[in-house]
Design a protein around this ligand. Sequence first.
Ligand SMILES: *[C@@H]1O[C@H](CO)[C@@H](O)[C@H](O)[C@H]1NC(C)=O
Length: 307
Amino acid sequence: MHLMNTKHVTVTLLSALLLGQRYEKPSVVKGRTDVITVTPWLAPVIWEGTFNPALLDSIYKPQNVSIAATVFSVGKYTKFLKDFLETAEQHFFVGFNVRMYVFTDRPEEVPQVKMAAGRELIVRLVPSSNRWQEISARRMEIIQKLIEEELVDQIDYIFCLDVDSLFHARWGTESLGELVAVIHPGYFKSERRGLDYERRPASRACMAADEGDFYYCGGAFGGAVKDVHLLAKTCRENFEADAKENIEAIWQEESHLNRYMWLNKPSKLLSPEYLWQDMVPREPEIRVVRFSGIIKNYQDIRPNFSE
Ligand SMILES: *[C@@H]1O[C@H](CO)[C@@H](O)[C@H](O)[C@H]1NC(C)=O
């Protein structure tokens, strides 16, 4: 009991010290009005201008939070790793404990990237595959097992990210939450009927015409390890059950993730700043691009593009 109290007092003092850096009073009546900053189920939506990064870091720092990130780099996708890892060092949870897991079939091609103190690069071998759809589908299984075997009780949060992307600006503690989804940049102004969900009732990812909040990215999602474990396990089970009946959802795991997030509302949403696409023209609501998918030539990198 005594120990607990001492720790609590220390943490509080430390926070107070760090918060000693003054900051502008938040306004009750002024804020962003061009976008929603909270969903109808009262989850915050994170946009530039809605948070104070230094303040958030000073709250999370004393908790010594640890973050894992997974990135899959199979076949020719390994050529994206260097830029991904180097920009992650510059922008992704700088100053925090980070374990970056790279899953690859070409471990010898993983670049040597200098990691800052408290940050680790861990390379894991996965089998090659001839179908990118399969690579994508197996991600959920690997994430599920990783959490069960080594993250649970060791790591607080996990983010699962696409490798063919770059960090351009801060992605930090403002993104932490139990179940975190990124609003897809391609559909953020679309009506329900325009969202590219799986629509065939035979699939477990099916979304009816009157279902769906937002269209979320399969290329970036995360949350507390326990919550992401349930997400990965559920999506994997549904994907496999579909496969047994010879059906593959239109966007594979992304379709299943969207179904999951419809039934299990994310506790925090990240705006499309957190996964923009370099080929999509910038919209005025996007004041900063933090992470974006690079323009790529699928024919060069996907093993079965012509399929
Ligand atoms: C903070 O967490 C890291 C691992 O994430 C651990 O190695 C370190 O000992 C922890 N520090 C404190 C003060 O608890």
